[in-house]
Design a protein around this ligand. Structure first.
Ligand SMILES: [Zn+2]
Ligand SMILES: [Zn+2]
Length: 238
């Protein structure tokens, strides 16, 4: 008998061929909880990876969702994010799990997604340089660890290429006009890894893709530093 990592219910692990040959990692969720995780089923938006089936026809053009069409129409964001793929729909259940993962500092919850994340990485992103999306320093202090780092470390050896910029102090010195019209990138590149980024195809790792703004700003910083292409892989698609 095992205990579900989320609801604590005891459950039986059925033997499977994969299990017998030691391929399958131990299950951490009971069947009831496992069923609450919703996969993203195709057709998917070619850029952000959301399921187009979930959208009314007016919100997509069969290949891209309306949000991505809008991003691509804006010259400064065109071709910035190559593609995003996520494991699950960000439903109420996943929201609760992610909240635990973030605030309880629970590494086991990272293990929960590790195996699936690795296989999605292998099928869609193999051979790319891994870059976790950093938390702001305040958040990092609050939580004690960055979930994106935990996830990236499960896939391979990430390069800590991005850090959060500190625009706040500088912002106040600028004219109001400059502040409003030139939104500054919240990410900057860590100086010593510039050579790892130049010419590289990059996969950024994060927990959630929501509006797509965070990953696009991060991608822009990497492209400005010479990266060839930037994609992202997340656990949840909001
Ligand atoms: Zn459970
Ligand atoms: Zn999209």
């Amino acid at each position: 008998m095992k205990q579900c990592i989320y609801c604590d219910a005891p459950f039986q692990v059925r033997a499977s061929w994969a299990g017998i040959f030691g391929v399958e990692k131990e299950k951490l969720l009971c069947d009831t909880c496992s069923r609450k995780l919703e996969n993203l089923v195709g057709p998917l938006c070619e850029i952000c990876g959301r399921s187009l089936n979930d959208l009314d026809e007016t919100f997509h053009d069969r290949t891209l969702c309306r949000d991505c069409i809008r991003w691509e129409e804006d010259v400064q964001w065109q071709d910035v994010l190559k593609k995003n793929r996520s494991l699950y729909k960000y439903n109420a259940f996943l929201k609760e799990i992610m909240a635990q993962f973030k605030y309880r500092g629970d590494y086991a919850l990272g293990e929960l997604f590790g195996e699936s994340l690795v296989s999605l990485y292998r099928s869609d992103f193999k051979g790319k340089v891994l870059v976790p999306i950093p938390l702001s320093n305040e958040r990092l202090y609050e939580r004690g660890f960055n979930q994106a780092d935990v996830l990236a470390n499960m896939i391979g050896q990430p390069v800590q290429a991005l850090k959060r910029a500190h625009h706040e102090e500088k912002q106040s010195k600028k004219t109001r006009d400059a502040r409003i019209h030139k939104a500054e990138n919240p990410f900057v590149i860590v100086a010593d890894v510039r050579k790892d980024i130049a010419e590289a195809h990059i996969t950024m790792i994060d927990d959630i893709y929501t509006t797509g703004a965070t990953v696009r700003y991060a991608a822009k910083a990497l492209l400005d530093c010479g990266a060839k292409s930037v994609s992202s892989l997340t656990v949840a698609r909001g």
